[in-house]
Design a protein around this ligand. Structure first.
Ligand code: PEP
Ligand code: MN
Length: 347
């Protein structure tokens, strides 16, 4: 992972009220002399230049002496664009009619798989009434066994569109194939990259060429740094609209399907400016463990949750054991409202 040449990117913190002309001169100098990509970020309390590229030959001393420069810092981490150092403010991902990472929590709910038009439309109405602000549902399913239900494919996407038209809920659904990017950009509000595809770099690169928000789930055994590097693929390609989703990691524990790494929430928030949501359904695999962990996730600072809901969990074509009945989901959202208030947020 360590790449000595590109590793040493830098940030330049500008003095408050730095003269525009002199800052522009500095940017031009860095671009022309060193072929660096310069990203300028203006926050409420700061202005910084993020330098991406090979900064190993750059002499920091003369830069430090420029009148507009407060401080020059090397960035050691391999992730740049998603690094908090490059962008001290939290990122708010925006789509048409929704935000993720702002004051309002993102509550994504729906079945594991889209099973029929009636199922998804009925469930969309119920989760919306309970307080969800996104509809989730898999049309293309990445199943561990080739003998299990593989999803309705394009037909499933069509049913999701119908459910959106009926309820106004933006849709979140998983992409499993790089050839579907164009189709998903046309039909989907938030494109989910599942745990199994977190390191499908060809797919990440293609998604980087779009502007559609991407929900990037953490890989089954991915470290936080590997996860952020996958986000970097998308951001480096030109798509800054990335939302991270902690969904449990593989450990020695077998009592739950995965082990929810709740510490990832504050850790990632420190390392990156991207919004983070938590999926307690896939993390535990147990419907009765979803509520306490969803509440805990909000209290840990998550920007939202993703929860699987089904009207008849025993008959679900996938992940029934971790799916909540709509009534139960409704009581979970009541608790999430209280947690949101505690955290100075809304639902
Ligand atoms: C899903 O959201 O249905 C899913 C398959 O999730 P994950 O990629 O986290 O296993
Ligand atoms: Mn599922």
């Amino acid at each position: 992972m360590q790449d000595g040449r590109t590793e040493k990117s830098m940030i330049i913190i500008l003095k408050p009220g730095a003269e525009k002309q002199k800052v522009d001169d500095l940017i031009r100098f860095l671009q022309s002399e060193y072929s660096l990509e310069v990203q300028r970020m203006d926050g409420v309390n700061y202005s910084i230049l993020g330098l991406i590229g090979d900064t190993s030959a750059l002499d920091t001393e003369p830069i430090q002496e420029r009148s507009v420069v407060k401080k020059v810092m090397r960035v050691q981490e391999p992730y740049k664009k998603v690094n908090r150092a490059f962008h001290p403010d939290d990122t708010v991902v925006q789509g048409s009619g929704f935000t993720i990472g702002a004051e309002r929590l993102a509550v994504m709910a729906g079945p594991c798989s889209v099973e029929s038009e009636e199922q998804i439309v009925s469930l969309a109405r119920k989760v919306k009434a309970a307080g969800a602000n996104f509809l989730r549902g898999g049309a293309f399913k990445p199943r561990t066994s080739p003998y299990n239900f593989q999803g309705l494919g394009e037909e499933g996407l069509k049913y999701l569109e119908t459910a959106k038209a009926e309820t106004g809920l933006p849709i979140v659904t998983e992409i499993t194939n790089v050839e579907h990017v164009e189709l998903f950009v046309r039909k989907v509000d938030v494109i989910q990259v599942g745990a199994r595809n977190m390191q499908n770099f060809a797919l990440l690169r293609e998604l980087g060429k779009t502007k559609t928000p991407v929900l990037l789930k953490r890989g089954l055994s991915a470290t936080i740094e590997e996860w952020l590097m996958s986000a970097e693929y998308i951001a480096a390609g030109g798509n800054p609209n990335v939302v991270l989703c902690e969904r449990g990691i593989r450990t020695f524990e077998t009592a739950t399907r995965n082990t929810l790494d709740l510490s990832a929430v504050p850790v990632v928030k420190r390392m990156s400016h991207l919004p983070v949501i938590v999926d307690p359904s896939h993390a535990t695999g147990l419907w009765w463990a979803v509520e306490p962990l969803a509440v805990a996730a909000v209290c840990a600072g998550a920007d939202g949750v993703m929860i699987e809901v089904h009207e008849s969990p025993a008959e679900a074509l996938s992940d029934g054991k971790q799916s909540l009945l709509p009534e139960k989901f409704s009581s979970v959202t009541q608790k999430l409202k209280a947690a949101a208030e505690l955290m100075g947020r809304t639902l």
